[in-house]
Design a protein around this ligand. Structure first.
Ligand code: GLN
Length: 476
């Protein structure tokens, strides 16, 4: 058993027993990356010398999504427009990881600016699903999930605006957690949609997920939306006990379009948790059908505003057309944006700018925000009666590379089960719950009320401890 195939908690135990050290783990990872990353293409940048911690290294090296700033290290959001951008500061999560003695193994691939569900929208080209190299790893944190699944990383950070941690975790057979909005600082996360974005862990099991959340969670004076609330020790929530938990099953999530194999895997998971003492009740999230439309108004509106800063002046790329067209400054803006942004980014900036423009603001953005409140109220209502909600993470298993890239709408629909948690600000986790006949992993999603990551982890842990899905290893 090589070190890179172990979990972080197993490695912590070995380090404590002086049977291994950070350097050896790092070497095993670099070796695996060399052997397999030409197939998977999870990394966009490997830090050969280990972008090392300032503290003595006691931590487990981690892979970082390419939208999280590491000081003096190129960070590009997988976009040409940020080519050469080296942030002069660390994201708060990076600072916290350094303080925990962690080193960084590299930046991993993503959809450009986290716009996508497949990691095909990357300037660097697509990442592949380790379980089937013809398939996508999901997105936008596809590099993070593929790196963990292929044992090119022990664990990773991703970001989730509408499902970008959970859907790739499901597609790659690993664990992914989107924390409550405000639980983890967004300082140094290059913004997509500021009212929806959260950084979170992608790991091999639920225990590692709790350990990583312990490191990154907490209030941050640099992020005014981060919550001033104490951080519990999440490992204390790892109890194999769900007795007295009542779990809601939203009927709107089990409709046409849900792959029957996924449906039966979820039904089996429900039976499993029933045996552990949980009770289930069919519930309703009546505004579910509006979630995707609402999300694509709110998210693109915020994105169009956030991306206005990329104009060739302050960050990364700068282009001038030749011959000149109008005035040098306007030419430079236009040429930089034209050459720097990919097609999906341009599409979303146009959509968002339209939704925010005078005359349309009330009809689109304002109405979107109102529907968002209705969606949140649906969840509040279930949580009056239930401690958690259980659903599939995605309606299908990983699709083929290229299958949806010419049809943005069908791509947008693959987020149908994950988007509502971001709109409502609640925490949600995806854990492995089976494999389809085609050999691809299936994910189970659990959601709880805001700041109740403990219940989330406890139910996930109980299920995991009664199953073996998380132990299946990819062979590449
Ligand atoms: N797939 C969704 C989108 O394309 C969500 C992306 C994300 O969570 N960053 O916007």
């Amino acid at each position: 058993m090589t070190l890179n195939t172990l979990t972080a908690h197993e490695l912590f135990d070995l380090i404590k027993a002086k049977q291994t050290n950070t350097k050896s783990i790092q070497a095993a990872l670099l070796d695996q990356i060399q052997k397999t990353d030409h197939k998977v293409k999870a990394y966009v940048r490997v830090f050969e010398n280990g972008e090392t911690a300032s503290a003595p290294e006691t931590g487990i090296p981690i892979a970082i999504k390419d939208n999280i700033c590491i000081k003096n290290t190129e960070t590009t959001c997988a976009s040409r427009i940020l080519k050469g951008f080296k942030p002069p500061y660390d994201a708060t999560v990076i600072k916290k990881l350094r303080n925990a003695g962690t080193s960084f193994i590299g930046h991993v691939n993503m959809d450009e600016f986290a716009f996508g569900s497949s990691t095909e929208n990357s300037y660097y080209g697509p990442t592949r699903n380790p379980w089937n190299l013809d398939c996508v790893p999901g997105g936008s944190s596809g590099g993070s999930a593929a790196a963990v699944a292929s044992h090119e990383a022990i664990w990773a950070l991703g970001s989730d605006t509408g499902g970008s941690i959970r859907q790739p975790a499901a597609f790659c057979g690993v664990v992914g957690l989107k924390p409550t909005y405000g639980r983890v600082s967004r300082y140094g996360l290059i913004a997509f949609a500021s009212s929806l974005d959260q950084i979170g862990p992608i790991t091999k099991d639920v225990t590692d997920c709790a350990l990583l959340l312990n490191i990154i969670a907490g209030h941050d004076e640099y992020d005014s939306t981060s919550a001033e609330m104490a951080v519990p020790d999440y490992t204390r929530a790892l109890l194999k006990d769900v007795k007295n938990f009542k779990i809601g099953i939203p009927k709107e999530y089990f409709i046409e379009g849900l792959d029957p194999e996924i449906k039966s895997a979820i039904t089996a998971a429900i039976e499993n948790l029933k045996k552990q003492g949980a009770t289930f009740k069919e519930m309703s999230l009546p505004h579910t059908e509006y979630a995707v439309a609402t999300y694509y108004i709110v998210a693109t509106a915020e994105a169009s505003s956030n991306l206005a800063r990329f104009d060739g002046v302050q960050y990364g790329l700068r282009e001038q057309p030749f011959p000149a067209r109008r005035t040098p400054l306007i030419d430079m803006y236009e040429e930089t944006r034209d050459k720097g942004f990919g097609a999906e980014v341009k599409r979303r900036i146009m959509l968002g700018t339209y939704a925010l423009s005078a005359g349309y603001y009330d009809a689109y953005y304002l109405r979107g925000q109102k529907v968002r409140t209705l969606i949140k109220n649906d969840f509040d209502k279930i949580f009056e009666e239930c401690q958690a909600i259980l659903t599939p993470t995605a309606p299908t298993t990983a699709f083929k590379i290229g299958e949806k890239s010419s049809d943005p709408l069908s791509m947008y629909l693959s987020d149908i089960y994950t988007i509502s948690a971001n709109l409502a600000g609640i925490p949600a986790i995806s854990i492995p719950c089976g494999f389809a006949k085609n050999g691809l992993p299936i994910g189970l999603q659990i959601m709880t009320k805001p700041f109740d990551e403990e219940t989330l982890l406890r139910i996930a842990y109980t299920y995991e401890q009664n199953t073996d899905w998380h132990k299946r290893k990819v062979s590449l």
